[in-house]
Ligand binder design. Structure first.
Ligand code: WNU
Length: 152
């Protein structure tokens, strides 16, 4: 049997390895580990669809995903990059208070994502100015790349 405590420790240890969260104090990470959900996806499934509303932030615990986006020049969404274990996504809709700005498509079977809802995301980010500033900066950079790519 895998106990609640064992699961908590597993998430906690994983969160500690995520570079974005490295500055957070242990009690904060423990709180995040407490309120996480885990979602499972298989190859080809959309985790996020461009244009939809979204209220969640994801951290990849297992597997790989592609970020794709609709551009002016192509009828099919174009692949921008791939993300793997320890990478995260979905922060932009939360920070910009906008719809999802890209697709996230699962590349591998049995992909596991840790899911943080808006309220917990705000708690996680809001209390840490450096983390908030870092993500805001990054999100602005993403918007500039979107314009260059002719995202529609
Ligand atoms: C990009 N343009 C856009 C990525 C993940 C985290 C950070 C880059 Cl801090 P959302 C779709 C998500 C979006 C981002 C992710 O896709 N994304 C991008 C781009 O060039 N989005 N518009 N690259 S990977 C990535 C930086 O997380 O958040 O909620 O949903 O809009």
């Amino acid at each position: 049997m895998r106990t609640t405590k064992a699961r908590h420790e597993e998430y906690f240890n994983f969160l500690r390895s995520v570079s974005l969260l490295k500055e957070l104090p242990e009690e904060k990470l423990a709180k995040i580990a407490d309120c996480l959900e885990v979602d499972y996806f298989n190859r080809g499934e959309f985790i996020i669809r461009e244009g939809e509303e979204g209220n969640t932030f994801f951290i990849i615990a297992k597997g790989e995903v592609s970020v794709t986006q609709t551009t002016e020049a192509h009828s099919q969404p174009k692949e921008i990059k791939t993300l793997g274990v320890g990478d995260y996504f979905g922060e932009k809709a939360l920070i910009s208070e906008d719809v999802r700005s890209a697709n996230i498509v699962c590349n591998t079977n049995d992909t596991q994502c840790l899911v943080v809802d808006r309220e917990n995301f705000n708690q996680m980010v809001g209390t840490y100015e450096e983390l908030q500033a870092y993500l805001k900066e990054y999100v602005e950079e993403l918007s500039r790349s979107d314009v260059k790519r002719n995202n529609v």
